[in-house]
Design a protein around this ligand. Structure first.
Ligand code: CTP
Ligand code: MG
Length: 183
């Protein structure tokens, strides 16, 4: 149980980073030229497609963060104890492919959730409990499904951990003034 929990957190590190990086980039204000909305401020059935919270900068920086994390994990894979912990076999799975898919999956999940929020008339930045927490996890799981065994136990652990870690990291981000809202 402990090992499963630990290895699942390790597995999800690239996805967690992909989800956090856009917020940090926004706070630090870099690459402001890329700070343009993915949906070009266009609407769909009278609502913003994704809303102003989904930008090219976020998408790009999230993917880069995830790929870098996967690269680090592939390097650490040479250590025996890391190898026994890592669900991804980096001798068979290319770290770049894993990082890109985990990151893109996470961000795509987040973007699709925003689309659903807008169609349900939930304004950009307003909370949508559970969906706000699990959007990126769902995207990552789907995108990496074929790279290694995502069995039911690991999925449940991933959901529970994310439901705990996501709100916690939001509160920390809020206290550090990285995030504007505590949710
Ligand atoms: N962000 C971004 N690009 C993305 C995802 C996130 O620039 N693809 C940044 C935005 O500054 C956003 C912040 O990260 O405001 C927080 O992300 P999130 O909570 O996912 O977006 P919200 O602003 O809450 O919008 P939504 O209601 O659509 O979830
Ligand atoms: Mg939000």
């Amino acid at each position: 149980m402990f090992e499963l929990t630990f290895s699942t957190i390790y597995l999800l590190l690239p996805a967690y980073l992909a989800n956090m990086a856009p917020v940090i980039a926004g706070r630090l204000g870099f690459w402001s030229r890329l700070n343009t909305p993915l949906d070009n401020n266009k609407t769909f059935f009278g609502q913003p497609i994704f809303g102003p919270g989904k930008t090219w900068r976020g998408l790009l920086i999230g993917c880069i963060a995830s790929i870098l994390m996967a690269g680090l994990q592939a390097m650490l894979y040479q250590l025996g104890w890391v190898r026994s912990l890592s669900p991804v076999n980096f001798l068979q799975v290319n770290w770049f492919v894993f990082g890109l898919l985990a990151g893109l999956g996470a961000l795509a999940g987040d973007i699709l959730k925003s689309f659903a929020k807008r169609q349900l008339h939930i304004a950009s930045g307003q909370p949508w409990p559970v969906f706000d927490q699990l959007d990126f996890l769902a995207g990552t799981v789907l995108a990496t499904w074929w790279l290694f065994p995502w069995h039911a136990n690991r999925l449940w652990i991933a959901i529970i951990i994310t439901l705990i870690v996501h709100p916690l990291s939001n509160v920390v981000g809020y206290l550090l003034k990285i995030k504007k809202v505590w949710w």
